[in-house]
Every structure is written in structure tokens, then in C-alpha cells.
Design a protein around this ligand. Sequence first.
Ligand code: G
Ligand code: G
Ligand code: MN
Ligand code: NA
Length: 249
Amino acid sequence: LLLKDGLSQAIDKHQLSLVYQPIIDANDCQVVSFEALLRWRLNDEMIPPDEFISIAEQYGLIRRIGQWVLEQACQTASTWAQRHTIAICVNVSVAQLEDDDFVEIVSTALQNSQLAPELLHIEMTESVFTSDIGLLAEQIKALQDIGVKVSIDDFGTGYSSLSIMQDLAVNVVKIDRSFVQRIDTNGYAIITAVMHMARALNYSVVAEGIETQKQMQILRSLGVDYLQGYYFAKPLAIEQVEQLISSEQ
Ligand code: G
Ligand code: G
Ligand code: MN
Ligand code: NA
């Protein structure tokens, strides 16, 4: 409850910020996008999103926070886009996606920032199984109609199951890092199966949580399109992002 009170003031008190983790093209190792990850600094302490996103959802704060994240992420990405073709991936809870105004909130963020819609990827996260799959399918379609890409996050765990692949026509599947961590054992077969499915359904695949060169090599050999993880970079502050992209091209 204390966190809830603090969180309701976090935007106005400028306690929220975003960090950005690069996503790399598996073929040429170029940075193609960044995932925006929310941070909350409270009394010199960093509260991780795992500890406050669910509180924000529970107390109806996620819409305002989510809108702030979208506006901020699009503004930042639009400054990169002046010189580089780099996309921004924004995590969105299903609670936000189900909001009738969500597509309009996205359109407004795109208009305000002048970011090309193709450079915005929405990552669907959290507990889909509690929600109306028909409504989600419509919202995803509406986002794609304005040119935005939609990813399914943490694929293969929890809510993010095979039935999602059947019911929702997303653009990108992000393989959960738990499979990458176990690529020496069962993870290999599971990722191989996901690759077959993704090819057949015409999805791009991102593997998350890559921490070693060996994991990277195996994932490349399996034909994974994009790679993300501490092996390449941790989530970065905006200044570090600018250094990285200006040194790249
Ligand atoms: O950055 P970190 O690894 O601590 O993120 C943990 C979790 O928090 C991830 O699952 C991520 O999807 C979620 N998360 C991070 N930023 C946001 C955000 O802006 N909105 C939502 N809804 N979830 C986020
Ligand atoms: O669920 P989602 O994929 O949005 O979660 C992103 C979270 O994963 C971020 O909090 C980020 O800090 C974390 N993360 C990113 N790369 C790695 C990695 O290589 N290893 C581990 N353990 N966590 C990672
Ligand atoms: Mn994510
Ligand atoms: Na997530």
C-alpha cells in the first residue's frame, strides 16, 4: 500500500525513467532495436518493475504509467531515427491493451514524436489467460493496421502458450530466457520446435537472455533472427545508447 501511494506520484515527481537494452540482428550483429525497460527510483533506491508493475495493474495506475512510457519511448526513438533505422520495443500489459483508448494512445504518441509506426514494436506481457482473446485479437489487428508491430513476450511460459499462436496473429515471438538458459538440455529441442512453428506461421523470432558466446552460436545455428541478452549488453542509460549507435554506423 505504501508502494501504491508512492507509485501514484512517481510520474509527477520525475522518479520514473527508461533504460534500453539492444536487440541484435543474428546475421550481421548490427543493433536493430532497443527494448525500453521501466525503472522507478524512490528515496535513492531502484525498485524493479517486477515489484511495481503488478501493483500498478492492481490499483489502476498502469494506464497512466503506460502512457508515460509510450510517450517517452517514442520521443527517444524519434531522435535516434533522424540518423539510424532503429526500432523501439515497448512492454505493454494486457490491462493496457484491453483499454478501448489504447490504439488512440499509441497513435497520439506516434504523432507527438513523429516516429514512423514501423519503428514501434509493442511487446505483450503478463497474464493473457484472464482476458478476452477476441478483444485482444482486434486490438492487435488495429495496431498492425496503423503500421505498428506486435510481439509476444516470454513465449513458452505462463500465459504465453501455444494457444496464443493459434488465436493471435502477432509479428514477433520472443523466446523466454528460461529456454536459452537450458539450451544444453531440453531447451534445444524446445527452441527448435518454436523455430519450425514460427517459420510456418511467418513470425520473426527473438531469443532473450543470452549470456554466453556458446548460447549465441547455438541460437544462430537454429536460425533465430534476433538476439538479446547480457552477453551483448545490459539495459543502458540513454547516453550509453547514443554512444553505442554513433560508434556502430
Ligand atoms: O527490466 P527488468 O528485467 O527488471 O523487467 C522485468 C519485467 O518488467 C519484464 O518482464 C518486463 O516485461 C516488465 N517491464 C519492464 N518495463 C515495463 C513497462 O514499461 N511496462 C510494463 N507493462 N512492463 C514492463
Ligand atoms: O520479460 P522481459 O523479456 O520483458 O524481461 C526483460 C528483463 O530481462 C529485463 O529486466 C532485463 O534486465 C532482463 N534481462 C535481459 N537480458 C538478460 C540476460 O541476459 N540475463 C538475465 N538473467 N536477465 C536479462
Ligand atoms: Mn519484454
Ligand atoms: Na515481460
